[in-house]
Design a protein around this ligand. Structure first.
Ligand code: R5P
Length: 293
């Protein structure tokens, strides 16, 4: 307790300074608690409102994915250039130093492995909320199978995660899964994103598609796009640009970063699009300049 003897009398009340009534900048999340907003601010950077997430959670069902054979070598060398690390607790604890002090989006579901034909039968909720708190997670990610066999179970898990997330102030990222038979168009992604948001996801991850502005417009919370399979760098940057120009609030890219021959330069170019308003062409020129230095 502060010393009670010899205190100066309070006198400066800034009576001419109005109290700020600034709404929270992330779409649809104004009515959440302080702790939730604090975590969201580690994800969506307050200066741009957007985020660059680095996804390297592929091993949770794929095993050693090309480019991720050694997380301790590959990700350790590039992760300082991302805002958020999207990974499993196993990968983080075993391979990534906590001293990077990056926001963590903890994958909190497990699926069938790639050894099975149909991966859309449903996810299990695989992380205890106490462990997510122990990992200092800024968000937990829940895979959801809208329109596939696993729909009901995965939405139940999402709802349970949202309950726990609201209880402890941890945002839930709803991840729209795409199965072999599922359409990848604005109609489907609008449906899936909206369902995840209405069931409690604080933000949603989906894939870029034509008419993406309609997907964004009908989703009441921020959307980040997944990268998908490796594309040439100019195409990946153009996709990121189109997503941001359509209203997405960030990217959660994996293979287009860690499978690039120049992952650091690729991440830095993505940052230019997401945080600094570069278009795809400008970002690709920046990428080429960076690798030729
Ligand atoms: C997939 O297993 C994970 O959910 C990834 O986080 C997601 O697919 C994003 O990675 P990529 O950009 O490689 O598609």
């Amino acid at each position: 307790m502060a010393d009670a003897v010899g205190n100066k009398a309070a006198h400066e009340y800034y009576l001419d300074v109005p109290v700020k009534k600034t709404p929270f900048y992330a779409k649809g999340l104004n009515n959440t608690d302080w702790g939730m907003k604090d975590r969201l601010s580690r994800i969506f950077q307050p200066q741009s409102g957007n985020t660059v997430m680095l996804a390297f959670d592929h091993g949770y069902f794929q095993g050693p994915t090309a480019g991720l054979e050694r997380l301790d070598v590959v990700i350790e060398n590039i992760c300082d250039h991302a805002d958020v690390l999207m990974a499993t607790r196993g990968a983080l604890r075993s391979c990534i130093s906590p001293t990077h002090n990056k926001a963590v989006c903890l994958r909190a579901t497990h699926d069938m492995s790639v050894l099975f034909e149909d991966l859309s039968t449903g996810s299990g909720f695989s992380v205890d909320i106490e462990d997510a708190i122990r990992m200092n997670a800024s968000a937990i990610a829940m895979q959801c199978f809208v329109g596939a066999a696993g729909e009901r179970d995965s939405l139940e898990n999402l709802c349970r995660a949202a309950d726990l997330g609201y209880k402890y102030g941890i945002p839930v990222l709803g991840v729209t899964a795409v199965g072999k038979e599922m359409a990848r168009n604005a109609r489907y992604f609008s449906l899936a994103c909206r369902i995840l948001a209405e069931n409690g996801a604080s933000f949603v991850k989906t894939y870029y598609c034509d008419d993406f502005e309609k997907v964004v417009a009908s989703c009441p919370v921020p959307i980040v796009i997944a990268g998908g399979k490796k594309l040439p760098e100019d195409e990946a940057l153009e996709m990121a640009y189109r997503a941001i120009a359509s209203g997405a609030n960030g990217v959660d890219m994996g293979r287009n970063v860690f499978q690039s021959e120049h992952p650091v330069e690729m991440l830095l170019a993505i940052r230019k699009v997401v945080h600094e308003g570069f278009n795809g062409k400008q970002a690709y020129e920046y990428f080429l300049d960076s690798i030729n230095k």
